[in-house]
Design a protein around this ligand. Structure first.
Ligand SMILES: Cc1cc2nc3c(=O)[nH]c(=O)nc-3n(C[C@H](O)[C@H](O)[C@H](O)COP(=O)(O)OP(=O)(O)OC[C@H]3O[C@@H](n4cnc5c(N)ncnc54)[C@H](O)[C@@H]3O)c2cc1C
Ligand code: FES
Length: 385
């Protein structure tokens, strides 16, 4: 295991070859990137982590922009390759382009894997699942919706293969059978682990034999599922991945059932609010050297940087820092991925949204720079911490 995979390493982009593009559904593809031997250390990962992809594409107005989007890795750790699955988001720039045009042979900038949607149960098996603790009898439950299956599939495959005492229950919500990503792969898992992997497809727009598995998952249906399908009191770890509302509903319901939040991991693909990363130069602001400015100092890759941020601009630390260092890391710019994390070393900030940092990280002074604005005249942050 390399330390970088479990800790939140500072991710960096590398250009990788697309080895294969496989259609999963009418609206989703699986993309396999070939990882050259020299970069295998950089691209080690734990199941549940994601990569960011970077590409210059025209926006809705036809203006070419640098687009960065995150995609969870959908396979168990495998040396020499990275697999992601991209579902077309109606009207979405990157996912539409990928579903329509991405093909084997293309080259794309791929950020080294990162992310904290990983099991706390001895998941030391980076590229070595045999190192996972096999003495315990863990029960995992995942609730996924749509493309939220991608990190869950990687986690399920890894823990089921590594430990024959593990049980994994998956509640997987989709609109209709034809939208289900990885249908065959999930059926294969069921065949391979008939007594340890249970799969509960819930289809919102199709009638299934059980009414419990038909229709949208609302509070009532979720409670019924948790009471009839899952032995909620025996679950060691929960993984939730899907739209904001569903993840929030499951978290709240589990809290209502006295499930320790320490046992619940969740990953959001979007907050539901449109947030637009503004390319690698940051959103432009009117510089005013003589006016009222915040002084922002930062450390990145061992080098110190400094930038003034006009108070009136009300801009984030990330946006200001990007003006002087285009390599400042970010991906979603929406507070969900955690790529822009840094530690406060002086002054103070106010963080708007945080769907990525754990409580102990916030307590230790970490912030999401894409969501943080200075509240003191001088602020120092360390991206290397
Ligand atoms: C950690 C993480 C992991 C992820 N993993 C996956 C994964 O495994 N698979 C996957 O498919 N996705 C995943 N995502 C989501 C992915 O990163 C993208 O957000 C998604 O593919 C949409 O990107 P896009 O460029 O196609 O859409 P965007 O262009 O970003 O648009 C997104 C949506 O917003 C709408 N929209 C755009 N502009 C506006 C506006 N101005 N006002 C209102 N609405 C607007 C669009 O119509 C579209 O529906 C993940 C995200 C995160 C943060
Ligand atoms: S860039 Fe994703 S949380 Fe800041």
């Amino acid at each position: 295991m390399t330390e970088t995979a479990t800790s939140r390493r500072r991710a960096a982009f590398h250009t990788l070859d697309v080895a294969e593009v496989r259609r999963l559904t009418a609206d989703a593809i699986e993309v396999t990137f070939a990882v050259p031997e020299a970069l295998e250390g950089e691209f080690d990962y734990l199941p549940g982590q994601y990569v960011a992809l970077r590409k210059e594409l025209p926006d809705a107005e036809g203006k070419v922009q640098e687009i960065r989007r995150s995609y969870s890795i959908c396979a168990e750790p495998t040396p020499g390759e990275i697999r992601v699955a991209i579902k077309r988001d109606l009207g979405g720039i990157f996912s539409t382009w990928a579903n329509e045009e991405l093909a084997a042979g293309a080259k794309i900038d791929v950020m080294s894997p990162t992310g904290a949607f990983i099991s706390k149960h001895q998941m030391t098996g980076l590229n070595h699942p045999e190192l996972i603790d096999t003495d315990t009898e863990d029960t995992f439950v995942a609730v996924a919706a749509g493309s939220g299956i991608t990190p869950v599939l990687a986690i399920a495959r890894t823990v089921l293969a590594a430990n024959e005492n593990t049980r994994f229950d998956l509640i997987y919500a989709n609109r209709a059978a034809m939208d289900v990503m990885f249908l065959e792969e999930l059926a294969d898992l069921k065949d391979r682990y008939p007594s340890r992997f249970a799969l509960h497809h819930v289809l919102s727009r199709e009638q299934r034999i059980s009414p419990l598995l038909s229709g949208r998952i609302d509070a009532e249906k979720l409670t019924a599922l948790l009471e009839n399908v899952i032995r909620t009191d025996q679950v060691d770890e929960w993984f939730l991945c899907g739209p904001f509302e569903l993840v929030q509903l499951v978290r709240d319901t589990l809290t209502g059932k006295d499930v320790d939040p320490e046992r619940v991991r969740f990953e959001l693909f979007t907050t539901g609010k449109p947030t637009r990363p503004e390319g690698h130069v940051g959103r432009p602001v009117q510089a005013d050297d003589d006016g009222d400015n915040f002084e922002i100092e930062f450390r990145l890759d061992g080098l110190s940087g400094e930038v003034k941020s006009p108070v009136a601009a009300n801009e984030t630390i990330l946006n200001a820092a990007l003006r002087v260092r285009p390599d400042v890391p970010f991906a979603c710019a929406g507070g969900v991925c955690g790529t822009c994390r840094a530690k406060i070393t002086g002054g103070d900030v106010k963080m708007a949204e945080n769907y990525a940092l754990e409580e102990d990280e916030v307590d230790s002074g970490y912030i999401l720079t894409c969501q943080s604005r200075p509240t003191t005249d001088r602020v120092s942050v360390d991206f290397d911490a």
